[in-house]
Design a protein around this ligand. Structure first.
Ligand code: FES
Ligand SMILES: [Fe+2]
Length: 383
């Protein structure tokens, strides 16, 4: 461990154990230090499950997403029977990237270099000029583990990772009643890279302080209607997840014929903000869920996707507002919030690199959830 990493870790330990009047923000070096990022990579990113979006992104056989995690090319691909698999997106001949970055739909993918062709089970199905002696039946794309949780697609680069379902049982007990696994409609609105450390994105999603200031435009007309708790705090937490109630509907959703059986009153009323660390933030409002994913690329860049999934698009809603909204309106609204967050979060990253950057005091009433995130971070890195 480098000296820089050791002092970063010591500063983090001091922050989470200090008994001062007011908690502080993270030491600025933790957002910019390459060696601290290496530590996070070893102890978190290469160990954990990462969410890559919602199952509705992979609804049709052949739907795929070619992306990266920590510079590793990944291919997430729906098979002919609908099963979602994840592969290393490199050809088994001479390692060319197989599918171009982005989303697509294909039954077979052919390498652009010498035209080896693979099916959605990762099996080599053909190669030009095959030598007679070569046994191709064992040539397969490297496959990674995939788990679906409540309709969200998680992949891990760690073949020995603990099953995700077991880690999220406590969360299921709290919000499983909403049956997000039955949300069969969805859109992926944003896929981009932000010039900010991954922790700035997580903190942005757990911070209730900035919304009225940064999202003035996005929240125009909404803020007066929001029933927000006076104190932003997690109502429950597990090893890798946190839940808070971000707002409450004035009138709970009525009962609809196609509601899942036994939909509880608190699920009809509360808008839940859920963090599944280190990669997924959700905002769940009974019939729809907004999702944000974070995938670290390097200390100063984070890949980021935003989407929404719903039981039915007719009841799309923003933060417990009285009136449903259309998919087009919602898409624009999410894109606008995204741009606003990008501006301010990239500014935090630039400021954190300054020689005069500080660990400033947090407003615990509205930023208290960050403290729990910092404790989680320390727990994972100091292990
Ligand atoms: S590198 Fe893919 S076919 Fe040669
Ligand atoms: Fe925001």
């Amino acid at each position: 461990m480098t000296l820089e990493t050791q002092s970063g870790l010591a500063a983090l330990a001091q922050l989470v154990t200090s008994k001062g009047d007011s908690p502080g923000s993270l030491p600025p070096s933790l957002y910019v230090s390459p060696s601290f990022f290496e530590l996070e990579k070893r102890r978190i990113f290469l160990q954990d499950w990462y969410c890559f979006g919602h199952a509705t992104d992979f609804a049709r056989p052949g739907d795929f997403l070619a992306t990266e995690l920590l510079g590793e090319p990944l291919l997430i691909w729906a098979g002919t029977q609908g099963q979602i698999r994840a592969f290393s997106n490199i050809c088994r001949h001479r390692n060319t990237i197989l599918a171009p970055a982005g989303r697509g739909k294909a039954r077979l993918l052919t390498c652009p270099y010498h035209a080896w062709t693979y099916n959605s089970e990762g099996t080599l199905r053909g190669m030009p000029d095959k030598p007679e002696h070569l046994n191709t039946s064992t040539i397969r794309l490297k496959e990674f583990r995939v788990e679906l949780w409540q309709g969200f697609v998680f992949v891990s680069l760690n073949d020995n990772v603990e099953p995700l379902a077991a880690r999220l049982q406590g969360l299921d007990a709290l919000i499983g009643n909403a049956r997000m696994d039955q949300f069969s409609w969805g859109i992926r609105c944003v896929d981009s890279s932000r010039k900010a450390n991954w922790k700035i994105l997580i903190e942005g999603a757990m911070d209730s302080y900035h919304a009225p200031h940064v999202h003035k435009t996005a929240f125009t007309g909404l803020l007066p209607n929001l029933e927000r708790p006076s104190r932003a705090a997690n109502i429950a937490a597990g090893e890798d997840w946190f839940v808070s109630v971000s707002s409450r509907r004035r009138t709970p959703w009525p009962r609809f014929d196609n509601d899942p059986a036994g939909l509880r009153d608190e699920i009809r009323s509360n808008v839940y903000s859920i963090a599944i660390l280190p990669s997924l933030i959700l905002s769940l409002d009974c019939h729809n869920v907004f999702w944000w994913t974070t995938h670290p690329e390097n200390p100063g860049h984070t890949r980021h996707a935003v989407g929404v999934a719903a039981r039915t698009p007719e009841r799309l809603n923003v933060f417990g507002q009285p009136e449903p909204v259309t998919p087009e309106w919602l898409q624009q609204w999410l894109a606008q919030r995204h741009m606003e967050d990008t501006g301010v979060q990239e500014a935090v990253q630039r400021g954190a690199a300054s020689a005069f950057a500080v660990s400033g005091p947090l407003v615990e009433k509205l930023e208290g959830r960050l403290v729990e995130f910092h404790r989680w971070l320390h727990g994972r890195l100091a292990a």
